[in-house]
Structure formats: C-alpha cells, structure tokens
Design a protein around this ligand. Sequence first.
Ligand code: IMP
Ligand code: MG
Length: 426
Amino acid sequence: MFGPEPKCLVVVGAQWGDEGKGKLVDVLAERADVVVRYQGGANAGHTVVIGDSKFILRLIPSGILQPRTICVLGNGVVLDPEALLGEVDALEAQGIATGGRLKVSDRAHLVLPYHKLLDLAEERRQNIGTTKRGIGPAYEDKYGRRGIRVAALRDGAGLEALLAPRIDRANELLDLAGMPERADLAAHRELLSRLAPRILAMATDTGHFLHLALRGGKRVLLEGAQGSLLDVDHGTYPYVTSSNTTAGGAAVGAGIGPTEIGAVLGVVKAYTTRVGNGPLPTAAAAPQEEELRRIGHEFGAVTGRPRRCGWFDAPVVRYAARVNGLTALAVTKLDVLDTFEEIPVGVGYRLGGEVMSEMPADVAVLERVEPVYQTLPGWRASTAQARRMEDLPREARAYLDCLERLGETPIRYVSVGTRRDQIIEV
Ligand code: IMP
Ligand code: MG
C-alpha cells in the first residue's frame, strides 16, 4: 500500500479535523518504519477499528497498532504526561505492546493540570468550543517562553524553580477570570515526580533519531492532527486550534528539514463535519444533518460532542490543497452517503452578488457567505464491499470524479468503512 509513496510522507486533514486520518495512517503504517505526531496534543482523537476492537488514540500515533512501527511524539507536540501514560496503559491492557516503540521529544512542551484550568477560564470569555485539554494555554506558555519541556524533568531542582512561578501566574489569571479553582503547586510536584521516570525513559532527541532513520532509508510517516481549517495561521481564526496543523508544520514539529518531505496526502471526508464553534458554510439542513450524523457516527472521539455535519465544501478542499501543497487526496466515509437520493456539493461561495474564489481571512465574512451547490445523483447501493474503483456504482465514481476535479487534486485512496481492509487504492 505504502509502496509507491515516497520515503517521507505527510498525512494531513484537509477540512476541520476528524477526516479519518487515524484509519488511513493505520493502513499506511503497515509499510512505514516510523510514524510521527508533530503538533497538537491530547485534543486529537484518532479512532481505529481492528477486528472487534476499537482504539481511540489521542497522543500516540495510530502507527502504534502496527507491531513493528516506531512511534514518535515530536518537539511540536504539547505532551500531557498523564494522558500519555494513561494511553500507554490502556493500549497494553488491550494487548498492544508499546515497550521500546515509543519515543518522545525532549524538546516537547508539557501540558499540566494548570493549563486545563486556564483553558476553562479562557473558554468563559471566548467560547471557541475547545476540547478543554489545555492545548491553547500550553502553546501560550511555549511562545511566551515560559513553558516547561520534557528535558526539564531531568533536573529536579531546576524543575522546581520553573514550576512555582508558573503556578503563581496561573492563579493570578484564574483570579482575574473569576474562577474559584486554584492550581496547586504540591499536586503538580507530586504528579511530575511520579510520572517523570516513565516519561524520561521514552525521552530523546527525536529530530536526530528521525534524521538517522531517513539517512538509513527508513520510511517515515508524519501524522497530522486536527484539520487544515483549524490551523492557527490558515484556519478560520480565531476558531482554530493553537498549532500549525498544515504540512508546513510537519517539518518544524518533527525537527526535520522541509526538503526531506516527498509528498503530502490530504484526507477528506466525502462530506464535511465540524466540532466546536466557528463557521461551517455547507452545513446541511436539520433532517439531513441528523442523517449524516447518525450514519457516520459523528460524535467527538475526545469530548463526545455531536459534530455539525454538512456537504462536501470544494472551496475548503481547494484551499487546503494550496496551503498544504497536497499531492493526493484520500476520501473517507464514502459509504456514509450510500442511502442518499441526491448529494449536494458546495462548489463556491456567494456574498451579495459576487462569487468568491478564495477563502476570506475574516471569519465574519465566511459566516455570511451563501454556498453555491451542484447536486449529484446518489447511488443508493452499498459501497462497503468495494475494493477497486470498478466495484463502485457509476454514480459513486462520478461523485468522486467531481470531488477530484473541484479539489484540483488526484484521489489516491477511497475508504468505504471503518475496517482496515475497507479501502480502495486508486
Ligand atoms: P483546542 O485544540 O482544544 O484548543 O480546540 C480548538 C478547536 O479545535 C475547537 O473547535 C475544537 O473542537 C477543535 N479541535 C481540536 N482538536 C480537534 C480534533 O482532533 N478534531 C476535530 N476538532 C478538533
Ligand atoms: Mg478526531
């Protein structure tokens, strides 16, 4: 499957996250030696179904489910030690051996309990609809040059000197926000001294490790989390996450040079979903949204929140293709559309009398646009058994042709179900 792909491949979400990257990376990881997460943290929820078992991965790359793959949490990740070790324990309990296969960057920043309190405080004011995993406040500390990195766990006294001022500052901010909760220094100390040995056992210079792996001809897959429209630079700001989810972030967050990357695969759902606040131009009318959500099981993997559902939005995917430099698309969840009589596809946005050709910078503008739809006939037949394009109904192939044309990117994979084998390679 991964055969014709280059040695170093980036997989990104080309919509608002939850495109099915987890499943795709799991499949591609069969032929990868190393899988790397390069941004985000435990806000991600990658669902992978193998046989009767369902795995939800938050921090650990989906590659962990392939027995030989080495998994890396790069320097660009914000690492919640409790979440990471909880995930390791859960995987081990489900029979997945992680020992020696998981490496974390000693330059990655830690997400601590006080970050989660600050996330709650900030949500009161801004209501972005975050996952409340402390992601934004952890990146604020990083860029504010007051973050605590994995490497700091090596030096107990130094760590103590870093921690106390962070807790004081957090409590000042909580006070200002009128929050009754307080960050507790002793509890943070206890948490870190308890978890540090296990984290440090995995900690290394992962950029150097990847450099050597690439030099040695190993296949490296860089697994994006969230989606391109949640990128802090290119997304629907301020309704975004706090990292660069797009392919450019992969080099920075993994600690390799951009010239190492050979291709960028954009994962898109055959329709569109969004969880959290912010515009969704192609939102479906209530009965159809309900139908998409029910058939597609569109509930957040981390938070359980119902996802908003709508139709494929070609301007979004075209934009994602441009900002990521996508070389191919993987279309997922085609089977969710099996029962629809007609399927609208958003082909452009209209604002006033004008048709817009590019994504506006201002979210207020995107809130006001009217999508222009082209309606395609449905196929009213199951696609779940298809393993080659020829197995698909004619209307389903026409639908994919339309996405490919409008997205201006060739389709390389089509996923037709949650199982590993339910995939078509084009
Ligand atoms: P944060 O990343 O928790 O700060 O949340 C910021 C925005 O990104 C919110 O709209 C979240 O719902 C969204 N978000 C964060 N992680 C994911 C994800 O893995 N899938 C989909 N949406 C996400
Ligand atoms: Mg998800």
